[in-house]
Design a binder for this molecule. Structure first.
Ligand code: ADP
Ligand code: ZN
Length: 741
């Protein structure tokens, strides 16, 4: 028990290695892609720009360096709530950090300023406007700051989607602190935004690190919108008791939707920029503390929310750009566990955005480029929503990254969920002829009414109940018919005028459809249960959901006692790992990734008791060993459900080559082969000829039969050293699985 650290023993002794510190403090046993490069740049004092997707692990990149080097680093962050959560979470692992912002009392501020002078903190978080106050800069000069970190750095650029004027002034940092290095972090940056950051901050030969944008734990679905409310409810029902964010277009929309959800028994609240600050804070807090499950919000909600276990992000309305979409869906599954992103799509929403853009352009007299750029972003978003192709691929490629994986297994297109309507062409013909019959003088709602055979005053006045197309689609609902009309518009098989009273108009294509020269495909939301993705299956493999729920409950209690949001205490991914490994002893608890020394010291007695009792009650084995055997010199086996391993498993199931997989998961060949071995042992694929060719397999199998004792060396020797060890190991593993139990 000697290695158990007391809280005050942080920061650990200087000179310790990065990995050692990260392990002791956070309980992680490896660094993620680009984290070590980012940390190295910081320690070398080289300017850096790090672009990692949400959930990619940016914070560790700036939290770790000052623990290694000593001194206080300053982090500029745009939102108080973000700072507070981060500081609370750092304190939970015994990391000395503070946040300086407008919501502090004079006493609290005085204490932090004193701590700063005494060098008590490793990190000090500040809002840009506070940092830039002259007095404060002078005080920092006196302290001698070594590193400045600019979080959410895209806020500095006009080209970004979240420009903040106060960020522009950060350019003075270089002048005022010529010897300090600057480190910018962001999750969304197109090349242009990147250049802007580097230029604005006067970076000197920066290290630029751009991570992979793909988020393998997210499932993307685009569902044709028919009934906004019912469809939203349907999706949320799949996530009962879990956290979800529903995005709407307008403030009004959020209120109506939240009201509807509440009536349907969902613990929901709305959130938008028109609310009083106090009410907004209340909603944010209730969500963070798991008192409500669903927040219905405009885009205003998000940056301030760090709840890492959001399991669903639902766009009830089309976002206005792919950048927004990426940022908003980025809030799902930050803990690395699976999460679902659903977009309800209708072309009507794009039209709504367009008319909003035009209005705001008129009112604000915005230059033509601004509106052109907005429309361009909108078109790209529409393109994403209306094409039935792999969503992971579309998104990766939008951000300039190749996506090799031929089928992601985690989007509606790849899961085969897009359901066409059988008689699409006939339906389209009926709709189009109706537009012709009403002489192209009416809008969507009216045409739908005629097709449905509605009895309205307007229809009677126009005598449209006498039309041959009247009631042609009477077996359908109005929402369905409208959805189809918008799908026709989307596919440019039907036109629609602009202005306040848009009417439907036929074009060349419409006539081609009516003449039967052009087939049409209309889609509908798929009914029935959603498949679990491979990712989800793998990450929950061996986990006990009941124990997971109990642990969540326990965590909620601790969080309440401490007045903190539960995710600040421990992430869901840690609870998941606890429910897989079920440690009943201190040494096995220490193995759990994400615990760290301080948390182990804090929670060991309670966790061990809780888990032990649960396992006794349910007759479950405790202290489950990780399946992978550590190689020599490796301190700890990889976490059972680590992201890379999961990604590798998914690719192996598609029979991708070792080289391909190694590249995709950014791991060495050796690690990849080790994963493949685990994959073969656990998933028992029938054949492994994708990795070991038939003749080699047969040779190894024959040699194994004669050598018998299971050691690899005799087999290797018997084959004259012609077959490498890792191939032999794969075959032996496979043979074991195939043999009698
Ligand atoms: P970002 O700021 O890029 O959105 P975070 O810093 O919030 O991402 O990290 C996302 C999640 O990943 C957190 O749960 C964090 O604890 C976890 N994490 C970060 N680095 C590692 C690591 N090296 N190993 C395991 N988990 C990590
Ligand atoms: Zn896909």
């Amino acid at each position: 028990m000697t290695r158990m650290a007391e809280p005050q023993s942080f920061p650990p002794s200087e000179g310790a290695s990065v990995l050692d510190i990260v392990h002791r403090c956070w309980g992680f046993d490896s660094l993620r892609p680009l984290q070590s490069e980012a940390i190295a740049a910081a320690l070398e004092g080289r300017d850096s720009l790090v672009v990692l997707p949400t959930g990619g692990g940016k914070s560790l990149c700036y939290q770790a360096p000052p623990l290694v080097s000593g001194g206080t680093d300053v982090v500029v962050s745009p939102l108080i709530s973000l700072m507070k959560d981060q500081v609370d979470s750092l304190r939970g692992v015994g990391y000395p950090a503070a946040a300086l912002h407008g919501n502090l009392t004079a006493d609290e501020r005085g204490d932090i300023e004193r701590g700063l002078r005494e060098g008590r903190f490793r990190l000090l978080m500040v809002a840009p406007e506070r940092l830039l106050q002259n007095g404060f800069l002078q005080r920092l000069e006196r302290v001698g700051i070594r590193r400045f970190v600019i979080d959410e750095a895209h806020c500095i650029s006009h080209w970004g989607h979240d420009f903040r004027p106060e960020y522009r002034q950060l350019s003075v940092l270089r002048q005022r602190f010529p010897r300090a290095s600057l480190h910018a972090f962001t999750a969304t940056a197109t090349a242009r935004v990147r250049e802007d950051i580097v230029e604005q901050l006067h970076f000197r030969q920066p290290v630029v690190l751009v991570g992979r944008f793909d988020r393998p734990n997210l499932v993307y679905r685009v569902v044709p919108l028919v009934d906004r409310y019912q469809q939203t409810l349907e999706v949320l029902r799949r996530h009962a008791g879990e956290a979800a964010i529903v995005y709407c277009l307008s403030r009004n929309d959020t209120e109506t939707m939240a009201g509807f959800l509440q009536q349907s028994g969902v613990k929901a609240a709305y959130y938008h920029a028109g609310m009083e600050a106090a009410d907004r804070r209340k909603t944010q807090e209730a969500f963070a503390r798991e008192q409500i499950d669903v927040v219905v919000a405009t885009v205003a909600f998000g940056m301030g929310i760090d709840r890492s276990n959001v399991r669903c992000v639902l766009h009830a309305c089309l976002p206005k750009s792919i950048e927004h979409y990426q940022q908003e869906t980025g809030r799902a599954g930050r803990d690395g566990l699976e999460a679902e992103c659903v977009l309800l799509y209708t072309a009507a929403d794009a039209m709504r955005w367009e008319s909003l853009f035009r209005k705001s352009a008129k009112n604000a007299e915005e230059p033509a480029e601004v509106i052109a750029s907005r429309l361009q972003h909108l078109r790209e978003m529409q393109g994403y929503a209306s094409v039935a192709a792999c969503r992971h691929k579309l998104l990766a490629e939008y951000f300039g990254q190749a996506y090799e994986n031929p089928g992601c297994g985690a989007c509606d297109a790849c899961l085969g969920e897009i359901e066409g309507i059988e008689d699409s062409t006939v339906i389209a013909q009926k709709i189009l002829s109706c537009v012709a019959r009403v002489e192209e003088r009416f809008g969507v709602g009216y045409v739908a009414d005629v097709l449905l055979g509605a009895d309205t005053e307007m229809i009677r006045r126009c005598r449209h109940q006498r039309l041959s197309t009247y009631a042609l689609l009477k077996d359908h609902t109005k929402k369905e018919v409208q959805s189809w009309i918008y799908q026709l518009i989307e596919q440019r098989l039907l036109g629609r005028t602009e202005g306040d009273y848009p009417v439907l108009q036929l074009n060349e294509q419409s006539w081609a459809v009516m003449r039967g020269q052009l087939a049409v495909r209309l889609v509908r939301p798929k009914k029935g249960r959603r498949e679990r993705t491979r990712y989800e299956e793998l990450s929950w493999e061996g986990a006990d959901r009941g124990l997971f729920d109990r642990l969540r409950q326990w965590r909620r209690g601790i969080a309440e006692q401490r007045g903190l949001p539960p995710f600040v205490i421990l992430h869901d991914s840690v609870l998941q790992e606890l429910s897989i490994l079920r440690p009943s002893r201190l040494d096995t608890l220490r193995e759990v990734r994400g615990m760290g020394e301080k948390r182990t010291a804090d929670f060991a007695p309670e966790l061990i008791a809780l888990i032990g009792e649960y396992c006794r009650q349910h007759d479950l084995p405790c202290d489950v060993m990780r399946p992978s055997v550590p190689r020599q010199g490796e301190p700890r086996p990889e976490r059972r459900s680590s992201q890379a391993r999961l990604a590798a498993f998914r690719l192996f199931s598609q029979r991708q080559s070792i080289e391909r997989v190694a590249e995709a998961i950014e791991r060495a060949r050796g690690t990849t082969v080790e994963y493949l071995g685990q994959y073969i042992a656990e998933q028992r694929p029938e054949r492994i000829d994708a990795w070991v060719d038939e003749p080699t397999y047969r040779r190894v199998a024959a040699a194994t039969a004669t050598s018998g004792d299971g050691r690899l060396k005799p087999i290797f020797d018997q084959l004259g050293g012609e077959v490498p060890y890792d191939m032999i190991r794969l075959v032996v593993t496979h043979l074991k699985q195939a043999g009698p139990p």
